[in-house]
Design a protein around this ligand. Structure first.
Ligand SMILES: Cc1ncc(COP(=O)(O)O)c(C=O)c1O
Length: 388
């Protein structure tokens, strides 16, 4: 697939080509494990050394850039990293001592920890902000602001932010707008199309899709940023391994259909929970009762597989998760299997005692691909068993 044709998302996922094709005519790409590559003359080569470039990783990086809508995806490919946090760190390298970053309060706990514990030690000012408070956001952005960072839907409250509106605010300064797109993937939201400068995903989640690979991927359509990240990726060395790149590439082939099914299941579960006497509030962007439904509809092609909810005071949470059969009590998300977790205790403990701390009774679920009626009946029987 070349740059000249405008294909649909599933076609792009399946047909983006490697830079160098094998003469064996493999229909599916092999895994290239070699760590070094032969030069025809010193300095003349297709690939040089596995850290700076690997054909398996490069195919995944080109396919991702194509899916994110980068026009020149064959040369301005994405950057495959060893984990989502390695992707966060790569982007963090753009910030110099004396500069500052502004981050939504409602982000992944590891991101909060990286910025508040690692970046501050490098002389970088880190400001957390409720992005719905536009006045505060505007007051925090100044000539020293390098990055403004958000997730939509956010983690774990599933807040939806109007991306193009924030892009407009941020681009009044020289700062870059960064999106963590882990909950959506480009099949749901192509952040660059809405004005984001740098988008990244933990590929450990929906892109890998089977809870058996750790990785991260960063994409930008800004040439200056691309050049810097390209150098940092090979220099920092936290690259995605060929085997993980193979699994992620394979994950992309079915990502569209999987997300359609995750979304359909999550929507039905959200409707069930919204009508349950055991639940105070449900956070799912596809519910028409969601205050940000119209924004979600504008920027999401599907509503995704993530939702969270507060249980009523008469529900004993311990009994609830202990009585679930299909939902596993585990962190992470985006796999074929349904997972349940308690953000305050399991993923967002770093926010404890701050403005961003999480309610005790908030539950987050990653809705898998099991039959909907089985998932609903599992929730229903566990909620009934958990009544105090
Ligand atoms: C939204 C989000 N971003 C980033 C990460 C970090 O990714 P990884 O665990 O692959 O390092 C996670 C992990 O849970 C996440 O949920």
């Amino acid at each position: 697939m070349g740059t000249s044709k405008k294909y649909g998302m599933n076609t792009k996922a399946i047909h983006t080509k490697k830079r160098v094709e094998l003469p064996t005519g493999d229909v599916m790409p092999p895994i290239h494990l070699s760590t070094t590559f032969e030069n025809t003359q010193p300095g003349e080569y297709e690939y040089f050394y596995g850290r700076s470039g690997n054909p398996t990783r490069e195919l995944f990086e080109r396919t991702m850039a194509s899916l994110e809508g980068v026009e020149d995806f064959e040369s301005m490919h994405s950057f495959g990293m060893a984990s989502g946090m390695a992707a966060v760190t790569l982007i963090g390298e753009l910030v110099e001592p004396g500069e500052n970053v502004v981050i939504t309060r409602d982000v992944y706990g590891g991101t909060t920890r990286f910025f508040s514990q690692v970046m501050t030690k490098r002389g970088i000012e880190v400001n957390f902000c409720d992005l719905y408070d536009e006045e505060k956001l505007t007051s925090l952005i100044n000539e020293k602001t390098k990055l403004v960072w958000f997730e939509s839907p956010s983690n774990p409250r599933i807040n939806i932010f109007d991306i193009s509106k924030y892009a407009e605010i941020v681009h009044k300064s020289n700062a870059y707008l960064v999106a963590d797109g882990t909950f959506t993937s480009p099949f749901i939201t192509r952040h660059l199309e809405h004005g984001v400068d740098i988008v990244f995903h933990s590929t450990t989640k929906y892109i890998g899709g089977h809870s058996d690979t750790l990785g991260g991927v960063v994409t930008t359509n800004n040439e200056k940023v691309w050049e810097i990240l390209f150098e940092y990726q090979k220099t920092s060395g936290a690259i995605m391994s060929p085997f993980d790149a193979y699994l992620c590439q394979r994950g992309l082939y079915t990502l569209g259909p999987r997300l359609a099914m995750h979304s359909a299941n999550a929507h039905k579960l959200a409707e069930y929970l919204e009508n349950s006497e055991h639940i105070k509030e449900v956070f799912y962007p596809g519910l028409q009762s969601n205050p940000h439904y119209l924004i979600a509809e504008k920027q999401m092609d599907m509503f995704g597989g993530m939702l969270s909810f507060n249980v009523e005071d008469n529900i004993n949470l311990k009994l609830f998760w202990e009585n679930l059969e299909l939902f596993k009590l585990a962190v992470s998300l985006g796999g074929v299997e349904s997972l349940i977790e308690l953000p305050r205790l399991m993923t967002h403990d770093s926010a404890e005692g701050t403005e961003a701390s999480i309610d005790d009774d908030l539950v987050r679920i990653s809705v898998g691909l099991e039959n909907t009626e089985d998932l609903i009946s599992d929730l229903e029987s566990a909620l009934n068993a958990a009544k105090k």
